[in-house]
Design a protein around this ligand. Structure first.
Ligand code: ARG
Length: 280
């Protein structure tokens, strides 16, 4: 009896690293002096020097893994500009510019847009509010698109037109996980990790259907922004405090690299928020 040569879905391909190019922004002007998500407390102390040290370590981790890191000049008066994931979405040399929900972050959009224009990318103007890779995550050939808090549902049609990838809308329901990248991490072309409770019932069903082998995170993982992680297909850089997720990923064959982003978490961000993937 012959066995079909189809690839087994029970054993996802783990351990195939691809070299990445990232854009980052030094938190020179980092502060928590307004509140646009539940993590931010403008009355609590913060330490800009510590944020810079944690960010510098993250940049070193990427370089040690063999990735390329480009930097955009930070702008005074834009304390959240360190969260480069919100600066754009980049695929095949096309850049979809962002449009922020909150006026406090509005001036970041032209700064990121002109960086990409100067670097020779094709930049598309945003027609609707979209906060870049915070809500738009490429998983293989599918663009996962969050909405509910920041990026609006209407933006997803523009995303599909610009990138020509099937775009799957996922509704976020917990204000603590206000960007898709706080509730879901793409591990490789076939696998994601996510917190089911952060999604509407219909979106949970979609995720189960698309990713039957997904890693399900615990509320404790998500509460330290553990899902705000960056994978190159083999190594997963994630908050060191996310101990359940670290163990689950190691058990699946990924190599984890823990980083402490506690200071940036005071603004509601982790490693992925600080990292924009540039796909030329
Ligand atoms: N304080 C920022 C905001 O609320 C944090 C952004 C985090 N970025 C992300 N990709 N989740 O907009």
């Amino acid at each position: 009896m012959s066995v079909p040569a189809a690839r087994s879905t029970a054993t996802p391909s783990v351990g195939v690293m691809t070299q990445r190019r990232y854009l980052m922004c030094r938190p020179t002007y980092f502060a928590v002096d307004y509140r646009i998500n539940p993590w931010m407390d403008p009355t609590a102390p913060y330490d800009t020097e510590l944020a810079i040290a944690q960010w510098t370590r993250l940049r070193q981790v990427y370089r040690d893994l063999g990735h390329t890191v480009d930097e955009i000049e930070p702008v005074p008066g834009l304390p959240d500009m360190v969260f480069a994931a919100n600066g754009a979405t980049v695929l095949d040399g096309d850049v979809l510019a962002v449009q922020f929900r909150d006026p406090e972050r509005a001036d970041e959009a032209p700064a990121y847009r002109s960086w990409f224009e100067r670097a020779g990318f094709r930049v598309h103007e945003a027609k609707h509010t979209n906060e870049g890779e915070g809500d738009l995550l490429l998983a293989g050939d599918v663009m996962l698109a969050g909405y509910g808090f920041r990026t609006v549902h209407a933006a997803h049609t523009q995303v599909q037109e610009v990138f020509g990838r099937p775009t799957v809308s996922l509704q976020l329901v917990d204000p603590a996980y206000y960007h898709l990248d706080t509730a879901l991490c793409v591990l490789d072309a076939e696998t994601v990790a996510y917190l089911p409770e952060a999604f509407s019932p219909g979106s949970r069903a979609v995720l189960r259907r698309l990713f039957p082998n997904a890693v399900l995170a615990t509320p404790a993982d998500a509460a330290v922004l553990g899902l705000n992680a960056v994978s190159d297909g083999e190594h997963v850089v994630l908050p060191v405090q996310a101990t359940d997720l670290t163990a689950a990923l190691e058990a699946r064959g990924y190599t984890t690299v823990g980083v402490d982003m506690s200071e940036l978490r005071k603004a509601g961000g982790g490693p992925k928020c600080c990292t924009l993937e540039v796909r030329p």
